[in-house]
Design a protein around this ligand. Structure first.
Ligand SMILES: N[C@@H](CCC(=O)N[C@@H](CSS)C(=O)NCC(=O)O)C(=O)O
Length: 265
C-alpha cells in the first residue's frame, strides 16, 4: 500500500533532517581527521559569530572575534575541551560590540590579542598581509580585505578550506562602508581579489549574520551575492543607498576596541 501524503511529507522531512545531521557529522569528522577542532559560536545581541579553532593533538587554540558578553561561555567550552587558548584574533575594530580580547587576556595567562596593523587599534600582535597565526600543526594566514574598515582582515586556514571574512563578506551581503574609513571601491576590490580568488568550495564564515544563516562558500557568493555580483559602479550605488541606522553601541564599542577591549592587562 502506498504512503499517504502526510506520511510521505514526514518521511521526506526525516530524510532531509538525517541527511543534514549525517552531512554535518561527516564534515566535523573530516575536520577531526585533519586534526582540526572547530566550533562556530553565536552572540545574539549583536548577531556576531566567534570561531574557535584548535589543534587536536597539541590542544593549542585560537578564538576569532570573541565578544565581551560571551567570554565566560567561551572560556567554559575551552576548559571543557581541554584547550590552551593562545590567540584572540580580531578581524577588525568592531563598531557594534566590544571585543572579548581584553577580558580574555585578564583570564588566560599568556594569551595574546591580534588585530591588523592598519586598524588603528593596539594589540599584542599587529598583523599584515601574509602573516600566519600558528596553533599546533595548523595556521591561519592573513589576507588584508579593507573597505568596511581600513584594518579588515580575512583569516584563511592553511589548506584554504575555510575563510573567516569578518565584515568584508557576509552571507549574501557585505559590511557597510559609511563610517570608520569605509570605502565601497576598496571593499569591492578586496572581496574580488582576496576572497573570490580562493577555491570555490572554500567555506565562508562571516562575523555576523542577521537572518540565521551560518556559512556559505566562495562559489555560492560569487553566484548569488546580490551586491558583489554587480559591477563596481552598481555596487558603489547600492552601498551609497543602504541607509542603515548607525550601530547602537558604536560610541562605546569603537573606543573600547581601539585598545582591544582592555589591552593593558
Ligand atoms: N543593528 C546593529 C548594526 C547592524 C550593522 O550595521 N551591521 C554592520 C556590521 S556591524 S558594524 C554591517 O555592516 N551591516 C551590513 C548590512 O548590510 O546590514 C546594531 O545596532 O548593532
Amino acid at each position: 500500500m502506498g504512503l499517504g501524503l502526510a506520511a510521505r511529507g514526514f518521511k521526506a522531512a526525516l530524510t532531509a533532517a538525517s541527511w543534514r545531521y549525517t552531512g554535518l557529522r561527516a564534515y566535523c569528522a573530516r575536520m577531526e581527521t585533519r586534526g582540526l577542532l572547530f566550533r562556530q559560536l553565536f552572540e545574539s545581541e549583536s548577531s556576531t559569530y566567534s570561531y574557535l579553532l584548535a589543534d587536536v593533538e597539541s590542544r593549542e587554540a585560537v578564538l576569532i572575534d570573541p565578544v565581551l558578553e560571551t567570554v565566560e561561555r567561551d572560556l567554559k567550552l575551552i576548559d571543557e575541551l581541554g584547550l590552551k587558548l593562545k590567540v584572540a584574533a580580531n578581524t577588525h575594530c568592531h563598531a557594534d560590540h566590544i571585543t572579548g580580547s581584553g577580558l580574555l587576556k585578564q583570564r588566560v595567562f599568556g594569551l595574546k590579542s591580534a588585530i591588523s596593523v592598519h586598524s588603528g587599534a593596539a594589540a599584542d600582535i599587529m598583523l599584515t598581509e601574509g602573516d600566519k597565526i600558528t596553533f599546533g600543526r595548523h595556521s591561519l594566514t592573513v589576507r588584508e580585505t579593507p573597505g568596511h574598515t581600513d584594518g579588515c582582515i580575512t583569516y584563511v586556514t592553511g589548506d584554504q578550506s575555510m575563510a573567516f571574512t569578518g565584515d568584508a563578506l557576509l552571507i549574501r551581503g557585505c559590511g557597510r562602508t559609511d563610517f570608520q574609513q569605509g570605502c565601497s571601491k576598496k571593499l569591492y576590490e578586496s572581496v574580488h581579489q582576496k576572497i573570490f580568488t580562493l577555491p570555490g568550495d572554500c567555506l565562508v564564515y562571516p562575523a555576523h549574520d542577521y537572518k540565521g544563516q551560518t556559512l556559505s562558500t566562495v562559489d555560492e557568493e560569487k553566484k548569488f551575492n546580490p551586491r558583489l555580483t554587480k559591477s563596481l559602479e552598481e555596487f558603489v550605488k547600492i552601498m551609497d543607498n543602504l541607509n542603515l541606522p548607525k550601530p547602537a553601541k558604536i560610541d562605546i564599542a569603537v573606543p573600547a576596541n581601539l585598545v582591544c577591549g582592555l589591552h593593558e592587562v
